[in-house]
Design a protein around this ligand. Sequence first.
Ligand SMILES: CC(C)(COP(=O)(O)OP(=O)(O)OC[C@H]1O[C@@H](n2cnc3c(N)ncnc32)[C@H](O)[C@@H]1OP(=O)(O)O)[C@@H](O)C(=O)NCCC(=O)NCCS
Length: 181
Amino acid sequence: MELILKNSQKITVQLLDSTHTQKLFNYLSSLSAETKSRFGPHPFDWQTVNEICTHTDDVLRYIAINEFTGDIVAYMLFKQGMIYWDEKRYAERKQQFNYSTTVTYAPSVADAYQSSGLGSLMYQEIEKKLKSKGTAHIILWGGVQATNERAVNFYKKFGYQLYGSFWHNEKENLDMVKHLI
Ligand SMILES: CC(C)(COP(=O)(O)OP(=O)(O)OC[C@H]1O[C@@H](n2cnc3c(N)ncnc32)[C@H](O)[C@@H]1OP(=O)(O)O)[C@@H](O)C(=O)NCCC(=O)NCCS
């Protein structure tokens, strides 16, 4: 799918495939320390990135590519069901979700593109697809750090609801969930 940013830049959104190893590695390596401290669903080393690009699993990985430079400028993961720690934490609060209708979400946008509207445009398109395939709930992968104002606002903008909070690495994190039906 094609997106057009407010500054008229054209962006293509597609699923990651085996041709993207170098580009994804470059993208992850170029993220600032601040962004890496907020986004870390998996290690960013070459071996992991190569494995991710060449093997399929239960995670849909969408990338946004700047049509002019060919660079990846955003990377968003949607895992079917929940990761172990999230499931455990929600279950302790007696909050349960159906594996087949739940996905777990981790978004990232390149530093230079943050607050450009790219995250919103990309997310909205993917959310539509998930909804049409019967997804009922989107859970945040490892929650969101309470101090990550940009991300918390992003989730609130799209109607994510607060389900609870927890401490991890001496930081407060929020569990937020989007209901699609
Ligand atoms: C969180 C993230 C995915 C949002 O994508 P984005 O492209 O930056 O967001 P957008 O430009 O589409 O803005 C969406 C909303 O976020 C909020 N927002 C954007 N920039 C903001 C800022 N500087 N301060 C506070 N809120 C901000 C606003 O609510 C905005 O909506 P609005 O423009 O309609 O007011 C992106 O900033 C990112 O990758 N951040 C670093 C990694 C990260 O934190 N990932 C999430 C881990 S839980």
